[in-house]
Design a protein around this ligand. Structure first.
Ligand code: NAD
Length: 502
């Protein structure tokens, strides 16, 4: 059975600084100044492993949104930012990455405390990824170019395109990888020359507040970066509807994504949406079974399944089904649950008790519909929002547990008997989502064939993770547009065509 460990570890570097930071008075960052929220309120943020209050987060309102939009608009007209040379933008961003690196221990502890994820994951994944994203996009600042175009009409023309910053961008992020998500949004926007208003998730605002403090010391002109903490229905909705915002980029649930699309229609904001997923993992008959088993387990249990791209539907060729499902169940049973700061913890709690209950409702619903429980599934009698890694078999395509995004450590495992790639892809594609897909195979034709047939924004074959150079986003109801790579940067630009007669 999974063991559960105690939560405190007194010798962790930067724990004292992180706790002191969490507990102190926080403000919003608007136009280069730290300001109290107009309505003067706050709300608690707590450790999901213990329920302990960590600090008080300022509750922004539409008045603060007005102030931030005005500051960001001013920054877009300020020659200090508007006319800044690309190499200088790149230098500022490199400086930001360096400063984040220096604060890495503290940022990692803050992320672990606030989100519940293990410190190991925060240090080995979230922080390095966030910093790499800032560096990667710093490199783009000097490489953003338009093109020259030959026109066919009468006369002599020099025609070309300019890539101009889209303007003021509202960036709304979720709680599952708070700092990494924030940097995936801020970095390309700054590289492209936009002004940013960041709204972190209400559950996990601490690393964004610390990041704002770091940014404040880097030397970006006032108003280029603004931070408003607060609730989605208040700050998020006000940003999305604001006529002074030119673009909204959002990562979160498909349901809120729909609200955002509607709210953005008022002034035809540009919109990028990174939404939910129900990623299929396909294990072909020729796969390396031991690697595929470990990969399948990691894909659903990492970050307690709170990953948009979590491999929550496992399709295994019947030849290996029992071996793989047994292997994944054994891995699940060996996972050590505990508080994020415990060095032995392999899986932290989920973000809230509401989320824990929601996950168990899905499991219970699946069992009531006729699924079988291979492992996990039981509500744990202990403090903290812990959910045991769970494997279900015997689900059918119409069950909610198999169809809907759960955002927890719950795997539905199915076997298939066909060798026909179209049939395999059709089963995997039977979802409203299309964010990711994973294939395990040693057959080159199957790898290429499935990569083309799967309807997903990212297809990974035999492992792999996120990379800031690789575009990321969804087909179908998993979103609009892409983050990362050149496409991610260009999403923060408008193309202007210029034709000069000579
Ligand atoms: P959520 O949609 O509830 O909240 C995300 C953010 O939106 C938060 O900052 C929240 O305050 C804000 N928000 C809420 N209501 C709003 C409104 N009416 N207007 C504007 N903003 C509003 O999502 P969550 O529960 O925090 O995160 C989990 C979801 O995020 C999952 O569905 C997951 O798949 C998705 N996600 C997607 C990706 C991706 O890249 N595709 C990555 C991580 C998470």
């Amino acid at each position: 059975m999974n063991t559960i460990s105690a939560t405190s570890a007194p010798t962790i570097p930067s724990l004292r600084e992180a706790r002191a930071f969490a507990g102190r008075k926080h403000r919003l960052f608007i136009g280069g100044n730290w300001v109290d929220p107009a309505e003067g309120q706050g709300f608690a943020t707590s450790d999901p492993a213990t329920g302990e209050k960590l600090g008080e987060i300022p509750r922004g309102s539409d008045v603060d949104v007005d102030r931030a939009v005005a500051a960001a608009r001013k920054a877009m007209e300020d020659p200090a930012w508007r006319d800044m040379k690309p190499a200088q933008r790149a230098r500022l961003m490199e400086r930001l990455a360096d400063a984040m690196e220096s604060a890495m221990d503290e940022l990692g502890v803050l992320e672990s405390l606030d989100n519940g994820k293990s410190l190991r994951d925060a240090r080995n994944f979230d922080l390095p990824h966030a910093i790499a994203t800032v560096r990667y996009n710093a490199g783009w600042a000097t490489k953003l170019t338009g093109e020259t175009i030959s026109l066919s009409g009468p006369g002599n023309w020099h025609a070309f395109t300019l890539k101009e910053p889209v303007g003021v961008v509202a960036q709304i992020v979720p709680w599952n990888a708070p700092l990494a998500m924030a940097c995936a949004k801020i970095a390309p926007a700054l590289a492209a020359g936009c002004a940013v208003i960041l709204k972190p998730a209400e559950e996990t605002s601490l690393t964004a507040l610390r990041l704002a403090e770091i940014i404040a010391e880097i030397g970006f002109p006032d108003g280029v970066f603004n931070l408003i903490t607060g609730y989605g229905e208040e700050v998020g909705a006000a940003l999305t509807a604001h006529p002074g915002v030119d673009k909204v980029t959002f990562t979160g649930s498909t349901e809120v994504g729909r609200h955002i699309l509607k709210a953005a229609a008022g002034n035809f904001k540009r919109v990028t949406l990174e939404l939910g997923g129900k990623t299929p993992v396909i294990i072909m008959p020729d796969a390396d079974v031991s690697k595929a088993t470990m990969g399948a387990a990691m894909s659903i249990f990492a970050n307690a399944g709170q990953i948009c791209n979590a491999g929550s539907r496992l399709f295994v060729h019947e030849r290996h089904f029992e071996e793989v499902v047994d292997g994944v169940a054994k891995i699940a049973e060996g996972i050590k649950l505990g508080g994020g700061l415990d060095p032995d913890t392999q899986m932290g709690p989920v973000i809230s008790s509401a989320q824990r209950n929601r996950i168990h409702d899905y499991i219970d619903g699946g069992l009531a519909d006729g699924a079988s429980l291979r492992t996990g599934g039981k509500r744990l009698e202990r403090t903290g929002n812990f959910v045991p890694p769970t494997v279900l078999t015997g689900t059918s395509a119409e069950m909610a547990v198999r169809r809907e995004e759960i955002f927890g450590p719950v795997l539905c495992a199915m076997s298939f008997s066909e060798d026909d790639l179209d049939a395999i892809a059709a089963e995997a594609n039977a979802s409203d989502y299309g964010l990711g897909a994973v294939v395990w195979t040693s057959n080159l034709s199957a790898a290429h064939g499935l990569a083309r047939k799967l309807k997903a924004g990212t297809v990974r074959v035999n492992g792999g993770g996120l990379d800031p150079a690789l575009p990321f986003g969804g087909f179908k109801q998993s979103g609009w547009g892409r983050e990362n790579g050149r496409e991610g940067l260009e999403a923060y630009t408008e193309t202007k065509s210029v034709a000069i007669s000579y």
